[in-house]
Design a binder for this molecule. Structure first.
Ligand SMILES: Nc1ncnc2c1ncn2[C@@H]1O[C@H](COP(=O)(O)OP(=O)(O)OP(=O)(O)O)[C@@H](O)[C@H]1O
Ligand SMILES: [Mg+2]
Length: 355
């Protein structure tokens, strides 16, 4: 088992989940046997296999992958709504997987909140009472519940809607209430399982923006599940891509797109419109070594230049491009082969979009 990152807000170590298992399935999974083989032989379904993740305080960590790859299983193993078959979950210095019932209940209440895809609002309670419900369950007294619910509703931009019933709200508003309900718990960790997947694209973008803005204010540690790469790239500080219960790549968004670890990730990332996402700043090398290299003959580009602007500069250039900030300071360089790779992934994306 790898060493745990002491600084991490959340650490997952050697985590396995095998469903409908009497032990034989886990044994085969530990031997590295394939999911479908294991299912055929024992009837057990491998949900997660040897997951190791460290998430930093204040980080928005995205878990992404196709349907059935294990995203929900992973997020539910974190709060033990699903009991892991093997491995450890650490929240700061405390091992969640070693907790007894009482301690677990306490941690669920104080340390982590969950936002679901289908908002799960209670139809006969108004918005404020919905937001206050988990607090009520947690024994928080009425006035304090109300105060926190009002504040959370403000945060998601629905301050006026506290007295409304869920049936009066649109899908996007319901999800904002779901978000407010989690925020009102005031936990350092938020687990969000496809929170925006049921919403139409425009509302979805709005909520992504709002989440990012909110995140600046409240600085939670967030595990955010999605099956949409556009969304992952927009909101994530880091992205883990899962397949068949394992993490196949864990990286910054631009790394996932520019340096896919294998064909699966490459295919996944080609399928997306990336024009606005690739900027000089996102692909530059800003290491001291890169900045110390000779620069006299190279072309300069601003750090917010998008790929369409970088390509002509790259075609003219014979040396790495220099990246300048607003004040004209060199903040990084872009090696031409790196630019070529970015163009390749973008071309593929454009071809997909044309088809
Ligand atoms: N209770 C269960 N019993 C048996 N198998 C299960 C159970 N829950 C999940 N699985 C299996 O575990 C695997 C992972 O499921 P999971 O729900 O975590 O996927 P997901 O990535 O969240 O998918 P989606 O994008 O559709 O929500 C799947 O093969 C699924 O069939
Ligand atoms: Mg799921």
């Amino acid at each position: 088992m790898q060493r745990r990152d002491q600084e991490a807000a959340l650490s997952i170590r050697g985590l396995y989940k095998v469903f409908a298992d009497d032990g034989a399935g886990l044994e085969l999974a530990l031997q590295g046997r394939a999911k479908d083989e294991i299912q055929e032989e024992t009837g057990a379904v491998v949900g997660l296999r040897d997951i190791n993740i460290d998430i930093r305080r204040g980080e928005l960590f995205v878990v992404m992958g196709l349907s059935g790859c294990g995203k929900s299983t992973l997020v539910r193993c974190i709060n033990r709504l699903i009991e892991p078959s093997l491995g450890e979950v650490w929240l700061g210095g405390r091992e969640v997987t070693a907790m007894g019932e009482d301690e677990l209940r306490e941690v669920r209440r104080r340390d982590m909140a969950m936002v679901f895809q289908h908002f799960g609002l209670m139809p006969h309670r108004n918005v404020l009472d919905n937001i206050g419900f988990p607090l009520e369950v947690g024994g928080v007294e009425k006035r304090e519940r109300r105060r926190r619910a009002v504040e959370a509703l403000e945060l998601v931009g629905l301050g006026e809607w506290g007295g409304a019933m869920p049936s009066q709200l649109s899908g996007g508003m319901k999800q904002r209430v779901g978000l407010a309900r989690a925020l009102a718990l005031d936990t350092p960790l938020m687990l969000m399982d496809e929170p925006f997947s049921a919403l139409d694209p425009v509302i979805r973008r709005d909520l992504q923006d709002e989440l990012l803005q909110l995140q600046q204010e409240v600085q939670k540690t967030i595990v955010f599940i999605t099956h949409d790469l556009n969304e992952a790239v927009r909101v994530g500080d880091r992205i883990a891509i899962m397949r068949d219960g394992t993490v196949v790549q864990e990286d910054a968004p631009n790394e996932v797109v520019l340096n896919p670890r294998d064909d699966f990730v490459r295919e996944f990332t080609q399928d997306v419109r990336l024009h606005g996402m690739i900027t000089a700043a996102s692909i530059m090398d800003s290491s001291p070594q890169a900045l110390a290299g000779p620069m006299s003959a190279s072309e300069s580009v601003p750090e917010d230049a998008v790929l369409d602007d970088l390509v002509p500069a790259g075609l003219r250039a014979t040396h790495p491009l220099r990246v300048l900030d607003e004040g004209g300071q060199v903040v990084g360089v872009i090696p031409l082969e790196r630019l070529a790779r970015a163009m390749a992934s973008d071309e593929a994306a454009a071809a997909v979009a044309r088809n």
